[in-house]
Design a binder for this molecule. Structure first.
Ligand SMILES: Nc1ncnc2c1ncn2[C@@H]1O[C@H](COP(=O)(O)OP(=O)(O)O)[C@@H](O)[C@H]1O
Ligand SMILES: [Mg+2]
Length: 401
């Protein structure tokens, strides 16, 4: 039997790959680098000159004619936020001989931002002095965005599970609580009937206060029930344009004179099936929040339109499935929110407002109502530019005939 080693020693047969020439090797290396998106570089420390492989030029998005690699000259492609780390990491390796390994973002001439992993090591001369710095640059943009996507999905899943369980808890509590309140209220009414003492008598006043407090408590539990989607909806078919026009007066009264209200309607009717009083709740809650976010005045933009959601891009759980929707945009020019606030705003009792100023039930109510109508809500923000709520409610089915 012939061993493997004999086989390797055999002179190459015709047709089998032969040992490539140096020029062919270079081509093969370039092909491999391109496939793996890994470029290489070689920095001659004495002269400052840097050699780049073809793939490194490609990653930087420049040609050999356009760019002469040099440590400082390359810095113009480094994302401003990464510039300090770029200098620090190279300086550290040069000083200590430690391996170089860090992520850096490049801003290419065509406006793209690429995330790259730079790795390298210092090569010492015979005298023990650093003579070269060699390394690689790998374009990991796709990898990182896939990882980010995955993290987003996981966060969304956890968030929707949380909302679901909080909703169940709040709904159960609110339901039982509401029943107790009904008993208290009817007893208070009974006492009022039996208490025929004079108007203003202390006991009568006390009963009236009980009644007011219970009614207030009832409206709180109603909001919790809305959040947990346990409301009984009275659906009517209406044109969102008209509903908004009707609401304008009430919104204006709520927001005061320092805030302008700009409503943009759609030319075509925007037909939906909603519980009108719940729709009012949505808009008014958003208006109150917008007002609170603009203590020194500003602008609210309210817009509605028919919208089509195309095939889902990713597997976003909270995103609307493809179909026809009525889109309601509610924009303000207020203080906006940080990411740490945004991730909690739809939770009941989450409020950043001073005690007594906010219940934290506004947006959770809005969320519950929107979801109970088969709709979706998301918040968009640009730091320092205010807040935009985007609500999608399923379009009403076309009328037969
Ligand atoms: N338009 C907005 N601009 C800035 N922050 C907002 C806006 N709407 C809501 N928020 C934030 O979301 C939180 C929760 O809102 P909400 O559920 O209505 O409760 P509340 O208004 O009682 O605090 C608010 O405390 C606030 O921090
Ligand atoms: Mg509110």
């Amino acid at each position: 039997m012939r061993g493997k080693a004999d086989h390797l020693d055999e002179p190459s047969r015709p047709g089998a790959p032969t040992q490539p020439s140096p020029a062919e090797l270079l081509v093969k290396m370039n092909e491999a680098q391109h496939l793996a998106r890994i470029g290489s570089w070689d920095w001659d420390i004495g002269s400052g000159g840097i050699w780049w492989s073809d793939e490194t030029y490609r990653i930087f998005g420049v040609t050999r004619e356009e760019h002469v690699p040099h440590f400082e000259n390359n810095a113009k492609f480094i994302h401003p936020d990464d510039l300090e780390a770029y200098r620090r990491n190279f300086a550290h390796s040069l000083e200590t001989g430690d391996a170089l390994d860090f992520d850096v973002r490049l801003c290419t001439n065509d406006g793209h931002i690429k995330t790259c992993r730079a790795q390298g090591k210092v090569v010492l001369s015979d005298g023990g002095k650093p003579s070269r710095f060699i390394g690689t640059l790998q374009d990991i943009t796709a990898l990182r965005s896939a990882e980010q996507e995955q993290r987003n999905l996981e966060a969304q899943l956890i968030q929707s599970q949380k909302m679901e369980s909080v909703g169940r808890l709040a709904g159960g509590l609110a339901h039982d609580f509401n029943n107790l309140l009904t008993v208290i209220l009817s007893d208070a009414e009974l006492l009022l009937l039996e208490n025929d003492g004079p108007e203003g008598a202390p006991s009568r006043e006390a009963i009236l206060e009980i009644r007011t407090a219970v009614e207030h408590a009832r409206s709180l539990t109603q909001r919790l029930l809305a959040f947990s989607r346990k409301q009984v909806l009275e659906l009517t078919r209406l044109d969102l344009n008209r509903a908004l026009v009707e609401l304008e007066k009430m919104i204006s009264r709520l927001i005061g004179k320092d805030i302008a209200l700009v409503t943009t309607l759609s030319e075509a009717p925007v037909e939906i099936e909603v519980d009108k009083s719940q729709l009012d709740q949505i808009v008014l809650n958003l208006a109150v929040n917008a007002r609170d976010a603009m203590p020194r005045g500003g602008r609210i933009m309210l817009r509605c339109a028919n919208a089509v959601v195309e095939e889902r891009a990713g597997g976003d759980l909270e995103k609307a499935p493809p179909g026809e929707y009525a889109e309601l945009l509610f924009q303000d020019t207020g203080c906006g929110m940080g990411p740490d606030v945004i991730c909690h705003i739809f939770e009941p009792f989450f409020s950043t407002k001073a005690p007594g100023r906010g219940t934290g039930l506004g947006l959770s109510t809005v969320y519950g109502i929107v979801r109970q109508h088969g709709g979706f809500i998301e918040v968009e923000r640009e730091v320092g530019v205010g807040t935009t709520f985007r609500i999608l409610l399923p379009s009403a089915r076309p009328l037969p005939g």
